[in-house]
Design a protein around this ligand. Structure first.
Ligand code: AKB
Length: 314
């Protein structure tokens, strides 16, 4: 039986992943950790406050619960990292290094997400391949490329079973994202349900890859359960469900809410970040090596998001 320790458990991915892992492996086998406290998380299974920059504390908690799997999610997202680059370096890099060290000491399997942010302006704009030029121009992207290389290093040098995914923008209703460039793809649904309108901070024709959280959670579990011998890549596999721009989201929402009002007021920082990323990445390697196959396209996401957000606020 696995004992899985999750860092950043109260974040956008963590909150849904912990719930799903507890269903699959049993509540006592999933140790949720975060820098913030949560009564709700505590009630449902083991929970500890951990700042991933505190290596000793991270080790203490992982060792206490005999963690054999570490899912390291604690990180600053792209827009926030651009506003606080030094903090981003400290948290994103030292946090990762500390978590990898714990995995090495305990012989644990390891997962951490990379991102489409690991690509830059010189990466092919469409169907960006699994292996391609990675010269990102954002602090977040630099962290992600360095992180991919660091995870590969721990695999080769110390035999740590590191695995990773390059996530696109993730869309979810349970916990809102914070500080990302792709957050509009969540905010637009809240705007649609609560106010019947949304003002996008990205231009209407800015294409980026997107994926529904349910598909992202499935992909993490599938990759972690995959036969390691079949993995031609470790850190990290390209994954995406669809490429879309703000206008596509607005058109999709109008299929359910015909009066939805959409406008644009560009935020220069986030637009520059989005412009430096590919419009679309190629995920055929993930399909081939471990059977990645997302279930939700844009309209399926829209239908579910509108229903779930309505249920949440009424
Ligand atoms: C962000 O926008 O920073 C993230 C990501 C694509 O990594 N959602």
């Amino acid at each position: 039986m696995k004992n899985i320790l999750v860092t950043g458990a109260l974040g956008q991915i963590g909150s849904e992943l912990v719930e799903r892992l507890r269903e699959l492996y049993g509540p006592s086998h999933v140790i949720a950790t975060d820098i913030r406290d949560s009564e709700e998380m505590k009630e449902k299974g083991p929970f500890a406050i951990v700042d991933v920059q505190d290596a000793a504390r991270l080790y203490e908690v992982a060792n206490k619960y005999e963690a054999d799997t570490i899912i390291h999610l604690a990180a600053l997202l792209s827009a926030k990292a651009e506003m606080m680059p030094k903090l981003a370096w400290d948290l994103n890099m030292n946090g990762l290094l500390n978590a990898l060290e714990v995995a090495k000491e305990l012989g644990a399997q390891f997962f951490t997400p990379s991102s489409i942010g690991a690509f830059g302006p010189s990466t092919p704009k469409t169907a960006a391949p699994q292996e391609t030029i990675q010269r990102p121009t954002t602090m977040y992207g630099i962290n992600k490329v360095a992180g991919e290389l660091l995870c590969d290093y721990y695999f080769r040098k110390y035999g740590v079973d590191t695995r990773g995914l390059r996530f696109p923008g993730l869309i979810s209703y349970q916990t809102e994202p914070g500080g990302g460039t792709t957050d509009y793809a969540v905010d637009i649904y809240y705007g649609a349900v609560q106010e019947g309108m949304y003002t996008s901070y990205l231009k209407e024709d800015t294409y980026l890859d997107m994926m529904y959280m349910k598909d992202a959670i499935d992909a993490i579990i599938q990759l972690m359960e995959a036969d390691g011998k079949k993995l031609q890549y470790r850190n990290a596999y390209n994954v995406t469900a669809f490429s879309a721009c703000p206008k596509d989201f607005a058109q999709s929402i109008r299929k359910w809410l015909p009066d939805f009002q959409f406008s644009v007021k560009v935020d220069r920082t986030r637009q520059a970040i989005a412009d430096s990323w590919p419009d679309h990445i190629d995920c055929s390697q993930a399909e081939q090596d471990w059977g990645f196959r997302p279930a939700y396209d844009l309209d399926a996401v829209t239908k579910d998001m509108l229903e779930k957000i309505r249920g949440k606020i009424t």
